[in-house]
Design a protein around this ligand. Structure first.
Ligand code: ZN
Length: 243
C-alpha cells in the first residue's frame, strides 16, 4: 500500500519543500491497536503524523484511573512537544485503531519547524488547538455526566475512523473515560434502549448519530472546532482542501 503524506491534514498545509524534507527524514510505520507510541516521562524520540488510524492521548497518574484527553487521527500529530524542543510528554499515546503514520525524529521536527514558516505556523496553531481541547477535557471530566461523555467519545472516534460501526470494548471505553465498566454498561444500555446505538460483543454500531449528537456534551463541538482550526486558520487553507 502506498501512503500519501498529504492525507495528514496538518502536513497537507505545507509547501512542497517542507513536505519533501519531512518525507525525506521520516519513515512509514504501522499503527497497531494497543501499541504505545509515547510513554510518559520517557525521552521522546519521535513524532508521528497519522494518515489513518486513531491514537488516544491518555493521562494517568499513580493509582488514578486513566482518562483520554483527546483522540488524534489524520488531522494532527502525536508527540507535540517535539515541536517545542521538549523531550518529555506528561501523557501516553496509545493506538486505538490501526493505520499508518510517518514517524519523524523529534530532532528533525524541531529543526524543520525552525526553518519553515508554514510548518511553524501549522504546528503552533495545532498546539493551540490541542491546548484548548485539554482544557475542555478537564471541564468534561469534572462537569459532564457519563452518558454525555460517552456520546462525545463515540462521535469523536466515529469521525476519526470515518465509520459508524467499529470495534470498541467496554473495558476500553471505561479506560478512556476513567470510570468502571458497570458505568459504561449502564450509559450504553440507555442509549441502546433509545435505539441510538446497538452494542453487542464489542461491536459498536451508531444507529442514529444525530440523536447521539444531541446526547453529547458541548465538548464534541469544541473538539471538532479545535481539530479543524488548523485548517481554517492557515493562510493556504483554500489550497489544502481536497479537489
Ligand atoms: Zn464534555
Amino acid at each position: 500500500m502506498k501512503h500519501t503524506l498529504q492525507h495528514n491534514q496538518l502536513v497537507g498545509l505545507l509547501d512542497k519543500d517542507c513536505h519533501d524534507r519531512l518525507l525525506k527524514h521520516g519513515e512509514w510505520v504501522r499503527l497497531i491497536p494497543g501499541q504505545q507510541l509515547i510513554t510518559p516521562e520517557e525521552s521522546l524520540d519521535y513524532a508521528y503524523f497519522p494518515v489513518g488510524g486513531v491514537v488516544a492521548l491518555i493521562m494517568q497518574q499513580a493509582n488514578d484511573k486513566p482518562i483520554a484527553l483527546a483522540l488524534v487521527g489524520l488531522e494532527g500529530m502525536v508527540g507535540l512537544v517535539a515541536a517545542l524542543g521538549v523531550q518529555l510528554e506528561p501523557y501516553a499515546a496509545n493506538v486505538l485503531s490501526p493505520g499508518f503514520a510517518l514517524r519523524v525524529s523529534a530532532k528533525h521536527v524541531y529543526t524543520l519547524k525552525a526553518k519553515h514558516k508554514h510548518f511553524c505556523r501549522a504546528l503552533d496553531t495545532y498546539i493551540a488547538g490541542i491546548h484548548a481541547r485539554f482544557a475542555q477535557a478537564a471541564v468534561c471530566y469534572g462537569q459532564h455526566d457519563l452518558q454525555q461523555r460517552l456520546a462525545w467519545l463515540l462521535l469523536t472516534y466515529s469521525q476519526r475512523v470515518s465509520a459508524t460501526e467499529f470495534v470498541m470494548t467496554q473495558a476500553l471505553l471505561a479506560n478512556l473515560l476513567g470510570v468502571r465498566r458497570s458505568g459504561i454498561n449502564k450509559a450504553a444500555s440507555s442509549l441502546q434502549d433509545a435505539q441510538i446505538l446497538h452494542y453487542s460483543r464489542g461491536q459498536m454500531q451508531l444507529l442514529n448519530p444525530v440523536a447521539l449528537l444531541e446526547k453529547a456534551c458541548q465538548c464534541y463541538a469544541m473538539d471538532t472546532l479545535q481539530s479543524g482550526v488548523v485548517i481554517a486558520q492557515h493562510p493556504h487553507a483554500e489550497d489544502a482542501k481536497p479537489h
